[in-house]
Design a protein around this ligand. Sequence first.
Ligand SMILES: Nc1nc2c(ncn2[C@@H]2O[C@H](COP(=O)(O)OP(=O)(O)OP(=O)(O)O)[C@@H](O)[C@H]2O)c(=O)[nH]1
Ligand SMILES: [Mg+2]
Length: 378
Amino acid sequence: MGSLVVFPFKTEQPDVVLKNIEIAARHGSVDEVLCVGSEPESTYRAVEKAIPAVVSRTGTPVGLVLQDRVGTMRPGKGDGMNTGLRHFVDSDHHRLHFYDADITSFDDTWITKAETSADLGYDMVRHYFPRSATDGMVTWMITRPGFAILFPDSELPRIHQPLGGELLLSREGAETLAGDSRVARQSDWGIDTVITFSAVRHGMSISEVYIPQGKIHKLYGQLTDIRRMVIECFSAIHALRGEALYRPITHVAQPAERVPVAITEKTGYDFEATMRLVPETFTSRQMDLLSALPTPAGEGMLLAHTGNVSFLDESLWRDVYLALLEEYIAGDDDWEEVLFLVWVVRVLAYTAGVAGHGYEVALRYLERTIRQYMYQGT
Ligand SMILES: Nc1nc2c(ncn2[C@@H]2O[C@H](COP(=O)(O)OP(=O)(O)OP(=O)(O)O)[C@@H](O)[C@H]2O)c(=O)[nH]1
Ligand SMILES: [Mg+2]
């Protein structure tokens, strides 16, 4: 009666994935490791070839499967996680861990901390990490504001990293999520949002454990690489409009005790390259959509390409967000583009106006902004 560790992976460096598999397989609490690949491409082949040696070194079974088509959205990480979840439900392991496969700072303490917290009886244990002031911009600008605006009285906006892919579920917690059709449907990047929502919706108890060395993983170069992620994470929030949360939950978080200098001084992305994503002109349909946003935002966007991004401060962002919750049409290409671009400009405005004042100031500002959104309500 031990734990199953699942690594969903797509195209990653095989040695990084294999090192993580081996760390998990060597851990005393882990009875089995399961890797869920997205397609039979080169990473998958390399992992497949190397697994027998890992098994013979560690004595732990290591499985490798392709993800099933579980959901109804774009087939992505959600199908990978749901495939892992189903394997777990059909097994007799008593706990399930998920970890991203691309993490280079993963070690056995991540598993141990989660197990120790789970021993106290929590249904879900979430890892959270120190992050640089310009990291986590989908979390800070999309997910936490969305939870704060839609569910201000719940624990949702109080969860540090609601998009985190590193978490443990008790058997009961995993079975609850596996039985939620909203989770099963969400095959895309929205999966993390929906798992977090579902856990709170079902009244699961949640503990957050702090990993001081941080999550060091493959970084996106330009913000374009996360365009899909922004769109799918916002769409997942958008689909939760009108949902109600009934029950308070138990939620504890270990304090964030220290933050490495490498993180406080890190820049998350290339400002100039990102600035160039903001177009000089918009199509007439996109102009129409921009005019559905609050006037200072719609007008500001037309001039943002000149470098004037400061108009999109935290209070205007809330109004833009409320308008998006009302007006956005899921799957509409022009809305997707407008959403992505207003997010880009919001991130640039924050980076230029706040992030430069240092890690402490920036993080306090980000947290304070989420509190403001909670107290303002919809
Ligand atoms: N099975 C499966 N795994 C996926 C898929 N897409 C991504 N992954 C894996 O999910 C994990 C998280 O993906 P990343 O691309 O690292 O995303 P992220 O770390 O949340 O965001 P970034 O900051 O953009 O790296 C990694 O292990 C990926 O290899 C998919 O379609 N199927
Ligand atoms: Mg990653």
